[in-house]
Every structure is written in structure tokens, then in C-alpha cells.
Design a protein around this ligand. Structure first.
Ligand code: PMP
Length: 428
């Protein structure tokens, strides 16, 4: 698409190249494609892996290990065997786990609403009665930002490096400013850059001295066991570290089986310290009589233990790896050493993240959209949808077929080439 001597081309030569690419673009538009690489959804083949779970319960199998009738009300914080399973996934004592409904995002929202309306253990008043803010590592997950914005919590962007958030900024803000009440983290295979926090970063979260007594880390470990490459990356156990520093109540650790079993039909949990657990149970006992224990039972009967889940996750990886490789290899084929775009090659998770030339990301997304390829809106990886340099694009490769991903990446590559060239020529 672009020659290796791109930067040496004269203006006229660049214009000529632009015209050539525009012709290619028009012919792609005529294909009237309908491709979508916006959201990190599991593909139908991935969902098929968990199909046997749907027939694991029947007229005889609806009781838990301790003979709870899972068809009926009760057991607010989850079946013991479900807590044990999450305990094994996260390597956290089952006593510290609260099992919720089908969505970890829902649990994050609940905890924030509880904090806003009633305050959290350690605090002196409800968060709604103060002007408060949260730190948001960027690029980050748009739905975290949406919750904060929805609740009127101010967001302060923090640069996300290869090893986690820039801890110098985090510490200087958190330790000096009592109005900063929390931070959202996706510590493993982060959405969207795919990085995993280093041991030093994890430890720094446990040794920090927040100015706010009710400061919380929302540790969204959505991709805890979601390796694509072998070996996967290792995340230091933040809960074990926090136990050593007597600050387990600083953390709400979330995960779910959304990308293990069924997205939207899985089970989610929160792991945290005793004081938080007690407060959580108090609030949830008003909010619900109990969650879906039949779904919990299905999950424990199907997944059994960590080993069985790990084998299951290998099957996910076999489906995901060729798709991720197509994304990375296509970018490599067209743009290696050109400097117009950089991309990540994560060892797990659901996303490849691109960094374009400044001012180019939204152009690429618009061009792709007009050629029938939907990308996550530019800016959505940043609080208030404002990517100040307009450089970040998130590619979600899991859902489409390999054929569709290949086609989509050809289109996206053409759009990157076009947008980069337009930018270099100073065109809007
Ligand atoms: N957190 C992160 C970082 C995610 O990427 C996702 C799914 N895209 C979620 C949470 C949503 O999880 P759940 O289905 O458990 O609400």
C-alpha cells in the first residue's frame, strides 16, 4: 500500500499515490461489505465449547453439593462450590468471594452506586456528598468510563505503559489528594492494549498510602485466564500481596465467566476484604433475594476445577490465535518499519490496539465505516470519548470468522494508508 521510501516522496508523488489508493478504496466501497470488529464478543464456535453445560442439569440434577435446592430462593453470596471455583481461578480464598449474577460490569456499577449513596467502609460520608474523582489508565475500557461519567464522577486520565499505569503519577495524585477515591484497572491483558501489570506495579498498589481513607482499586481481572499464546503472562496475585500489607479492603477484584462460558450467560464475582464483604452483603440483601444458582450449578458441574477450565481455555485460544495472527500479520505486511502505525501483539485477551499518526484515528474509523467495516468509535478508549491525540484504535478480533477478519484488515489497512497519506499532505 505504501512504499518503504514514503518519507522521501515528493508532494506530487504522494498525491499520485493518494489517487491510486482512493481508486482502490472506491472499488472496495462497491463491494458493499458488512463487517463488524467493534466489540469483544466470543464467536459462535467459542460459545459452542460450552454447549454441554446447557444439558448438564435435568430433572434429577438441581441440587448443590450440600443439597441446596438450586431451583429455589436463597444463598445470597453464591454456592460454596462456585466460590471455590472462582477462588481457584483467581487464587484467592473462597471466604473472600461474593458470587453475583451474570455480569461483572453490573457488579462494578453496583459497588459504585453503593459508594455514592451510602459510602464505603473506612469513609466518612457517601461519595455523592463530595466532589470526587477516579483515575483512569488510558487507553482503557469504554464501559468503565461510561459508568463513571453516568454517576458524575470526574475522570483523570493516567498514561498506561507497557507494565501498567504510570505509577509515579498515580502515587503522587492518590497520596496527596483525598478527593481521588479510586482507580479502574484491567491488570491482565488489558482492554485494549493487552498489557499485563508488572510485579512492581501490583506491589505499589498495595504499599501506597492513599489520602482518602475510602480509596478503592477496581481490579477488573476480566482476562485472568485468557491466554492466547503459550506460555501466557503471569500477573502477581494482588490479593495475597494485599494480605501481607493488611489492605485487602482497598481492592475490589472482579472477574466473570463471560469469556469462558457464555457472554451474558455466565457467572460473575467480587473478591475483597472482610469489611467490604460485610457491607456488600448488607446492600445486596436488600437488592436481591439471591442470584441464579442453577447457572452457578451448571458452571461448577461443567468446569469442575482450575485444571478443567485451563484445558477449556486452550480450546478458546486455538480459535482466537489464528484471528489475532491475521490482524497482526496484515499490519506487519503493510506497515512494518513505516512508522505510520504501531500495534500491539498481546499474548492473551481480546484486543489488538493500534496507534496511528496524530489526528488519524478518527479518519481511519470513518473511512472504514464508509467502506462497510465497523470499528469501535475513535476516542472510546479514553474518558469522555476524548483521545487528545486522536491516535488510538481498538481492534476486536474474536467474533468474525477468519475470512471476515482477513477482509476487514485489508480494508482497515487501506484506510490507515489513506488517512496517513492525507495527514502527511495536510488534508482534513
Ligand atoms: N471488563 C472488561 C475489561 C471487559 O473487557 C469486559 C467485556 N468486554 C467486561 C468487564 C464485561 O464483563 P461482564 O460480561 O462480566 O460484565
Amino acid at each position: 500500500l505504501l512504499p518503504s521510501n514514503l518519507y522521501e516522496l515528493s508532494r506530487e508523488e504522494k498525491n499520485h499515490l493518494l489517487q491510486k489508493l482512493e481508486t482502490q478504496y472506491k472499488s472496495i466501497q462497491e463491494e458493499k461489505l458488512h463487517l463488524d470488529i467493534t466489540r469483544g464478543k466470543p464467536s459462535p464456535e467459542q460459545l459452542d465449547l460450552s454447549l454441554p453445560m446447557l444439558s448438564i442439569l435435568d430433572e434429577k440434577h438441581y441440587q448443590s453439593e450440600n443439597h441446596t435446592d438450586c431451583r429455589n430462593y436463597g444463598v445470597l453470596d453464591g454456592l460454596p462450590e462456585m466460590k471455590k471455583l472462582f477462588g481457584e481461578i483467581l487464587d484467592i480464598p473462597h471466604e473472600n468471594i461474593f458470587v453475583g449474577g451474570n455480569s461483572s460490569l453490573n457488579l462494578m456499577y453496583d459497588v459504585l452506586v453503593q459508594a455514592m449513596l451510602y459510602g464505603l467502609p473506612g469513609g466518612t460520608k457517601p461519595w455523592k456528598d463530595e466532589k470526587i474523582s477516579f483515575l483512569c489508565p488510558v487507553p482503557g475500557y469504554d464501559r468503565h468510563f461510561a459508568i463513571l461519567e453516568h454517576l458524575g464522577i470526574e475522570m483523570i486520565p493516567i498514561r498506561l505503559n507497557e507494565d501498567g499505569p504510570n505509577m509515579e503519577s498515580v502515587l503522587s495524585l492518590v497520596e496527596r489528594n483525598p478527593s481521588i477515591k479510586g482507580i479502574f484497572c484491567v491488570p491482565k491483558y488489558s482492554n485494549p492494549t493487552g498489557i499485563t501489570y508488572s510485579d512492581e506495579v501490583v506491589k505499589a498498589f498495595c504499599t501506597m498510602k492513599p489520602a482518602a481513607p475510602d480509596f478503592r482499586v477496581f481490579w477488573d481481572n476480566a482476562y485472568a485466564i485468557h491466554d492466547i499464546e503459550s506460555p501466557g503472562e503471569r500477573l502477581l496475585n494482588v490479593f495475597a500481596e494485599a494480605q501481607q500489607h493488611h489492605c485487602t479492603d482497598r481492592f475490589y477484584i472482579f472477574t466473570s465467566t463471560s469469556k469462558i462460558s457464555f457472554a451474558g450467560g455466565g457467572v460473575a464475582c467480587i473478591a475483597t476484604g472482610e469489611k467490604n464483604l460485610k457491607a456488600l452483603k448488607k446492600h445486596y440483601s436488600i437488592q436481591t433475594i439471591g442470584y441464579d444458582k442453577l447457572n452457578q450449578l451448571r458452571h461448577v458441574l461443567f468446569f469442575k476445577d482450575r485444571k478443567t477450565i485451563e484445558n477449556h481455555m486452550k480450546k478458546h485460544a486455538e480459535i482466537l490465535k489464528p484471528k489475532k495472527d491475521i490482524v497482526v500479520n496484515t499490519l506487519q505486511k503493510y506497515f512494518s518499519n513505516l512508522g505510520v502505525v504501531q500495534w500491539t501483539n498481546p499474548r492473551g485477551g481480546y484486543f489488538v490496539c493500534l496507534e496511528t499518526l496524530p489526528g488519524c484515528a478518527s479518519k481511519v474509523v470513518t473511512l472504514a465505516h464508509e467502506a462497510g467495516v465497523k470499528l469501535t468509535p475513535a476516542g472510546s478508549t479514553h474518558p469522555y470519548n476524548k483521545d487528545p491525540k486522536d491516535t488510538t484504535i481498538r481492534i476486536a478480533f474474536s467474533y468474525p470468522s477468519t475470512k471476515d477478519i482477513q477482509k476487514a484488515m485489508e480494508v482497515v489497512s487501506l484506510c490507515i494508508a489513506l488517512a496517513s497519506l492525507q495527514t502527511m499532505l495536510g488534508q482534513k
